[in-house]
Design a binder for this molecule. Structure first.
Ligand code: FAD
Ligand code: NAD
Length: 466
């Protein structure tokens, strides 16, 4: 009789966990995956990437009709919002995709153990009432919204909400305050701004989108302001009271000073996410988290406890679905005795606003801090023929290369399709490309991607169209 019920038990069926489970099964291992949600797919498919993109995509159509950009192209329409139908198509996307993972589990013979998992020991986990043993256990429990003290979220009431509540508001609020000018604040703030809300974003730091390149952050701020989002930078929210359907926030300059109040019909709390490591029974296996609540791992995703590995949002690194997925593939390959590699220096990130904002690799400041002398090439989307023809004047591409070797260190862009464009940059960096390699690669015309070629040419002072 086998010593364990399974070769591998994965805890959590988000993009990290479900991908790890499928890959491990493909490699011939007997796999179970514990998930406490009613549906598979984790944050990403249920309340994250997918539903937010469904609302962003649909609201983009509404905005294009309402703000005159369609009329500019000779299509005159007066849009009428059917919010119920918009939510319906969001829910449909979620249902289809989460159902798709259930189908893939069955196809690959991954057993879904429904329920909350808690460690008994390193090879034994209780899932609901059932006890499951496995030779290897992978923690892929993801993350949850970081609460803001003094600002209590109540998604059911719909006045103070987190990202999950903001996806499903029953009506367009007249005024909305977004706390945090990060990815969620700007994406979901954009959705409701497009549908008619007056949106104010309160950000603690002096600029939005921390972690992105400084030039791109400034340009993004200009673009969002032009679209009508108001910003209160260098400001923190210190309290919130709700009376009926109105919230009143207390604001204070981040560096101290006079307080002010701000009223809103809806407040979105989007100040970050924290790893899900509580209630997992980590004490039972003697595993401690770091100060940020994350589980530390080595490059094979092994924790300090033999037989227990971890991936995705619950370990250090950017909280991104594609990072979790790649770690899921790699961890399964390590467990199966293969080598699983994730290049954490080349993880693209995309903000799916209009235009999109994307980057991969180092910012200019980070490159300099790491000791590189850099050469920078920039190209405005205004000078890109396709963007110009499509009436998309905003945005630019910035390439940062090492001055001596010309190796590309980072690429940043704002463009309608920046999320698609950045894949080329990631691939180039993965292959150790120089800016010259990109500049001498033939790019189809007319495409937005030509702006990447031109920015690469600009690194060496040779852009054609500026
Ligand atoms: P998760 O997706 O969080 O999955 C973990 C799963 O584990 C959950 O389903 C949870 O129920 C389960 N679980 C936890 N503890 C237990 C337990 N003890 N027992 C059983 N089950 C348990 N990222 C992108 O790359 N692109 C985007 O466009 C994007 N948009 C986002 C939009 C929003 C609104 C949000 C909130 C996030 C977004 N993200 C996006 C981030 C992305 O969702 C996460 O990085 C990704 O889901 C992390 O994957 P994961 O597998 O580590 O964890
Ligand atoms: P974030 O870390 O992107 O942004 C949070 C922002 O809130 C920061 O700018 C921070 O300075 C600010 N902040 C913190 N405390 C504050 C306070 N008290 N008052 C005002 N501002 C404050 O976090 P998020 O937007 O909540 O997103 C969480 C995670 O989800 C991110 O790590 C992101 O990677 C992931 N996500 C990714 C995507 C995507 O890839 N498109 C979309 C949504 C979410």
């Amino acid at each position: 009789m086998a010593e364990y019920d399974y070769d591998v038990l994965i805890i959590g069926a988000g993009p990290g966990g479900y991908v790890a489970a499928i890959r491990a099964a493909q490699l011939g291992l007997k796999v179970a995956c514990a998930e406490s949600r009613e549906t598979l797919g984790g944050t990403c498919l249920n309340v994250g990437c997918i539903p937010s993109k469904a609302m962003l995509h649909a609201s983009e159509y509404f905005d294009a009709a309402a703000n005159g950009s369609m009329a500019k192209m000779g299509v005159e329409v007066t849009p009428k919002l059917n919010l119920g139908a918009m939510h319906g198509q969001r829910l449909d996307a979620v249902k289809q995709l989460t159902g798709g993972i259930e189908f893939l589990f069955k196809k690959n013979k991954v057993d879904w153990k429904k329920g909350h998992a808690t460690f008994v020991d390193a090879h034994t986990v209780k899932v609901g009432e059932e006890t499951v043993t496995a030779k290897d256990v992978v923690i892929a429990t993801g993350s949850s919204v970081t609460p803001l003290p003094g600002v209590e979220v109540d998604n059911a009431k719909g006045v103070v909400v987190d990202s999950t509540g903001a996806l499903e508001l029953a009506a367009v609020p007249k005024t909305m305050v977004v706390i945090g000018g990060g990815v969620i604040g700007l994406e979901l703030g954009s959705v409701w701004r497009r549908l008619g809300a007056e949106v104010t974003c309160v950000e603690f730091l002096d600029q939005i989108l921390p972690g992105m390149d400084e030039d791109i952050r400034k340009e993004a701020n200009r673009v969002f302001k032009k679209q009508g989002i108001k910003f209160k930078l260098g400001t923190k929210v210190t309290g919130c009271t709700v009376k009926g359907k109105k919230a009143t926030l207390t604001l204070e300059p981040a560096k101290g000073g006079e307080t002010e109040t701000l009223e809103a019909d809806c407040v979105l709390v989007s100040i970050g996410r924290r790893p899900n490591t509580d209630g997992l029974g980590l004490d039972a296996i003697g595993l401690e988290t770091n100060q940020r609540g994350q589980i530390e791992v080595d490059h094979e995703f092994r924790t300090k406890v033999d037989g227990v590995r971890a991936i995705g949002d619950c370990i250090p690194g950017p909280m991104l679905a594609h990072k979790a997925e790649d770690e899921g593939i790699a961890v399964a390959e390590w467990i199966a005795g293969q080598v699983g590699i994730v290049n954490h220096d080349v993880i693209p990130s995309v903000v799916y606003t209009w235009p999109e904002i994307a980057g991969v690799g180092m910012t200019e400041a980070a490159a300099k801090e790491a000791g590189h002398e850099v050469k920078v090439g920039k190209f405005p989307m205004l000078a890109n023929s396709r963007a110009k023809t499509n009436h998309e004047p905003d945005g630019s591409v910035k390439i940062i290369a090492d001055a001596e070797t010309d190796r590309v260190l980072g690429v940043w862009c704002i463009a309608s399709v920046a999320g698609t464009m950045i894949a080329e940059a990631a691939l180039a960096m993965e292959f150790g490309a120089t800016s010259e390699d990109i500049a001498y690669t033939c790019h189809a015309h007319p495409t937005h991607s030509e702006a990447i070629k031109e920015a690469a040419m600009a690194v060496r002072g040779k852009a054609i169209h500026t």
